[in-house]
Design a protein around this ligand. Structure first.
Ligand SMILES: [Zn+2]
Length: 318
């Protein structure tokens, strides 16, 4: 059996785990990182934590094939250099894979967290056994990953898959990326909450109060209210699905995938969003590719980042 190490590098913390050939997690642990330290020291700390997990696992050293690290922000997967890590600016420009590989004596691979998660779903989740898969994560931001012919498609400057920033409305709502009318502004967290507030302010009935998240309206609260039959919440999620479905139709026409996998916190609203998304996609896309594609919920849940990061090793060594 072969084993792969995954490092899910977030803003202030890291999750490290080891998976086997079937994507099963053998061991996982989490650690804090101190963003005020020098970038290279943070990288060395990550390597030391990884060393600990590798030795805690009790696995023979030679069974471990390599280490994959998924990070938010801009980076170069070919050189293993982080470019812009928004939450940990001290990590900018650090050649993280070189440091990991020097300390651990294993090949190391870097990619952005959404590409990593997409590979995880492709190998071990909802995309298992397929060749052409698109993954979308719906959360505060909306990210994407494109896998064609069994390989992650990175594009000319490693930015392919920024599906949350496909333009769906000329002169639409302004987006944190600097443009306006991006998909993220309509099906991401804030877009959903905004549409809910507008509908509620029109005086439409809702029982959302019972489901508030620490007193706040969140997509999770809206999904819980929808589950309990709240008509306004159901309508807002349905509308979210319809907007998403139109974007999916574009992807289906452009790339003819076998599956589009929807993950991220908002995907927990399940069929409230996916049902209308599927219906709208079927209506708007060409019939032949629309008939082939499946719109599926991601399967890896909270472990998506970890399994995805470890999948970078699988993708690079196979
Ligand atoms: Zn944008």
């Amino acid at each position: 059996m072969k084993y792969y190490v995954g490092i899910d590098f977030g803003g202030t913390g890291i999750k490290i785990g080891i998976i086997d050939e079937n994507g099963k997690i053998l061991i996982k642990d989490s650690f804090d990182t101190d963003p005020s330290k020098r970038g290279e020291d943070i990288a060395r700390h990550i390597a030391e934590c990884t060393e600990k997990v590798m030795s805690d696992s009790g696995l023979p050293r030679e069974a471990i094939q390599g280490v994959g690290i998924g990070s938010p922000g801009l980076l170069n997967p070919e050189t293993g250099q982080l470019k812009v890590v928004v939450n940990v600016p001290n990590m900018n420009d650090v050649f993280i894979t070189r440091i990991l590989s020097d300390i651990l004596g294993k090949p190391a691979f870097l990619d952005n967290d959404v590409n990593a998660m997409s590979l995880g779903e492709f190998y071990y989740g909802a995309g298992k056994g397929l060749k052409h898969v698109i993954a979308l994560t719906l959360g505060t931001g909306v990210g994407g990953g494109i896998i064609l012919n069994g390989e992650l498609y990175r594009g000319a400057s490693f930015t392919a898959g920024e599906l949350g920033h496909m333009s769906i409305a000329r002169d639409g709502k302004s987006c944190p990326c600097g443009n306006s009318g991006c998909l993220e502004r309509y099906v991401g967290r804030d877009g959903i909450i905004e549409r809910f507030m507008i509908a509620r302010n029109k005086g439409l009935d809702t029982n959302i109060e019972k489901y508030l998240d620490k007193g706040k309206i969140t997509p999770k609260a809206i999904a819980m209210a929808a589950e309990a039959g709240d008509k306004l919440s159901i309508k807002v999620l349905e509308e979210t699905g319809e907007i998403l479905g139109a974007a999916l139709a574009t992807l289906v026409n452009a790339l003819n995938p076998q599956a589009i996998i929807i993950g991220g916190g908002i995907a927990n609203a399940g069929e409230f969003i996916l049902g209308p998304a599927r219906k709208t996609m079927l209506r708007l896309a060409y019939a032949i590719p629309a008939k082939v594609v499946k719109v599926l919920k991601a399967e890896l849940g909270n472990d998506a980042g970890l399994v995805g990061s470890a999948s970078l090793v699988v993708a690079n060594l196979s």
